[in-house]
Design a binder for this molecule. Structure first.
Ligand code: AMP
Length: 413
């Protein structure tokens, strides 16, 4: 099936062709006809599946089909992060380049004046993060009375990031009569409840990115102790095949420290995380996109929506404790059909995280055993327990019992 069979209008077909898309992705195939028909849609899909075009294309078409004489905000897209909001804005610009519709993106962390001016000039499509939008609403600078289509993107992240109350407040300012589209990578109960409340007889569309994305990525895990992670990373980076690599750390501090250490080893690296100013984040991203920086060190939240083509490798310097984050992270390589490589460093304390990840992706991640920093801890070692009582020395017999129990739980590690 190609895009023209989806009954998209020529200006959109031209734009899609210019982007080099030969056929719609599964989420686009499923969602576009319903959105064009004015249905509410719940989409279970993550970034990397083509979901932005799945809503942006039919939205642009609907706005074009029913032009308004006066400029008013007709579409609101809420995004949890500034990076994702910018990317959604870019997508509207790309797909709508042959249409006379205007959009703007508003988010916090930067001065509000240019955003206010853009709003005053008039836009049909507004992409926003919740905090700044509420701020501007409070100042009477944004009016949502004229919204016809509302998109809540990455709803599960909104929840994780504590934005759900802000989102509810924004929804209460929207007209009752509207089309609502909700996208979420996962569907926890809270999101399901929200969907039940804000959507009217929605169509559910679902793609199974976890399996499809993950299968295209060559994954491996390195068992390595914490102090050896940095030398292992430097060792791996000796390989010039690692051209453009996204390295994930758990904390912002960890990201900064790693960048300093890599710079000392004369490896070009920059960090991107929530403590950096918007301009520093954009600069880091731009340097990475253009290849000036080889290594971009990111935390999970900052990495949401990073859409850089040709990321050759993702390295999980720290394993995430939320298994879905692993899928999001490695999905940064293998964008739009390309194949990618993901390495994960796993120290003893992170082994339970690895088990959770493997359960989610229903795959055993192959272990690399021929590297210079192999952990001396046996693969089936029990992770250190965080409870003080369990740290008390145990007698020989007890210790043996624990490890055999552990072996039973982890048959091959
Ligand atoms: P998204 O899930 O919206 O973040 O999109 C992921 C990537 O897929 C972006 O780089 C898009 O440009 C690209 N993309 C979207 N739709 C298609 C398509 N039909 N064919 C090829 N690439 C696409």
């Amino acid at each position: 099936m190609n895009f023209s069979e989806l009954k998209l209008i020529d200006p959109l077909l031209h734009a899609v062709r210019a982007e080099g898309y030969s056929e719609p992705t599964p989420i686009q195939l499923q969602a576009i006809p319903h959105i064009l028909n004015g249905k509410d849609v719940v989409g279970c899909a993550q970034t990397g599946t083509g979901k932005t075009a799945a809503f942006a294309l039919p939205i642009l078409q609907r706005l074009t089909a029913q032009p308004r004489r006066q400029t008013a905000i007709r579409v609101l897209v809420l995004s949890p992060t500034r990076e994702l909001a910018s990317q959604i804005g870019d997508s509207f610009a790309t797909y709508g380049r042959h249409l006379p519709l205007r959009h703007t993106v508003i988010f916090g962390g930067v001065g509000q004046q240019p955003q206010v001016q853009a709003l005053k000039r008039g836009v049909e499509i507004l992409v926003a993060t919740p905090g700044r939008l509420l701020d501007l609403m409070g100042q009477g600078l944004v009016n949502l009375n004229t919204i016809e289509i509302f998109v809540l993107d990455e709803a599960d992240r909104m929840l994780d990031m504590g934005f759900i109350h802000d989102v509810r407040r924004i929804i209460s300012a929207l007209p009752q009569k509207r089309q609502t589209l909700l996208f979420s990578a996962t569907m926890p109960q809270d999101i399901q409840d929200l969907a039940d409340r804000i959507l009217v007889t929605p169509v559910r569309v679902e793609v199974t990115p976890q399996a499809t994305t993950v299968e295209k990525i060559t994954q491996s895990v390195f068992f390595v102790e914490k102090n050896d992670k940095r030398p292992l990373l430097e060792h791996l980076l000796d390989d010039p095949a690692i051209r453009r690599v996204l390295v994930f750390t758990r904390t912002k501090h960890g990201a900064n420290k790693l960048v300093q250490q890599l710079e000392r080893a004369r490896i070009g690296a920059e960090a991107i995380h929530g403590n950096k100013s918007q301009s520093a984040r954009e600069r880091a991203l731009e340097n990475f996109k253009t290849g000036r920086t080889r290594v971009l060190v990111a935390t999970d939240i900052a990495a949401r929506g990073i859409d850089v083509e040709d990321v050759t490798h993702v390295i999980n310097y720290d394993l995430p404790n939320i298994p879905e984050s692993y899928v999001h992270r490695i999905g940064r390589t293998a964008r739009a059909g390309a194949e990618g490589i993901a390495y994960s460093f796993c120290d003893t304390s992170e082994r339970p995280f690895l088990r959770d990840i493997e359960k989610l992706i229903r795959l055993r991640v192959p272990v690399v055993t021929d590297h210079p920093y192999v952990s001396t801890q046996p693969f089936n070692a029990a992770p250190p327990s965080p409870t003080p009582s369990a740290r008390k020395p145990v007698q020989q017999g007890q210790s043996n019992r624990r490890s055999s129990e552990q072996r039973r739980r982890q048959p091959s590690r």
